[in-house]
Design a protein. Structure first.
Length: 173
């Protein structure tokens, strides 16, 4: 039974509420943890992709800046030789590259925003998963403590039974 349809459901969930509505809270907690792990893995993939996109855009912008500088240098050189039309053509190419850079920079700002949002979501998912794992661990420790209490009670009963048997022997003897 899927508990979450979106990553934001994981981030905004109330574990106590989910578990209290379940017939088998232990099984539900295991399913919740599994779904959270799947959601976190997807978020990590998306975050890596977003980081790669930022890096790719930064590299492309740097390359285009070099290209614009190259066109400017060639225009200077052409003008120094007296080739004004060629210099004009080279400067037009430089302006085209600058327009491309402006578009790439807008994409970069959007990619950075997306990357930052995905990182924040990933950290929130990690926190929720840690909370669910702590609950599972606490439940396991509670069972262990409960088992120890049963063992201790069993030991007491055994000692009492042994003492009772000794008292019977003394009364009979």
């Amino acid at each position: 039974m899927p508990f979450f349809s979106r990553l934001t459901d994981i981030v905004t969930c109330n574990l106590s509420s989910l578990l209290s509505r379940s017939e088998d809270p232990e099984a539900a907690l295991e399913e919740i943890i599994r779904e959270m792990q799947e959601g976190l893995a997807g978020a990590q993939r998306c975050t890596r992709t977003a980081c790669d996109n930022v890096g790719r855009l930064e590299t492309e912008i740097g390359s285009q800046h070099q290209e614009a500088q190259r066109w400017l240098s060639e225009a200077r050189e052409a003008l120094s030789r007296g080739a004004e039309e060629q210099a004009r053509s080279l400067l037009l190419r430089k302006h085209e590259v600058e327009d491309l850079i402006a578009g790439l920079e807008q994409q970069l700002h959007a990619a950075i925003s997306t990357r930052d949002h995905l990182r924040t979501t990933q950290h929130a998912l990690e926190a929720r998963l840690a909370e669910a794992r702590r609950r599972r661990c606490a439940a396991e420790h509670a069972e262990t403590r409960s088992d120890a209490a049963v063992e201790e009670q069993s030991d007491r009963v055994s000692r009492v039974d042994a003492e009772l048997a000794e008292l019977r022997r003394q009364l009979e003897g």
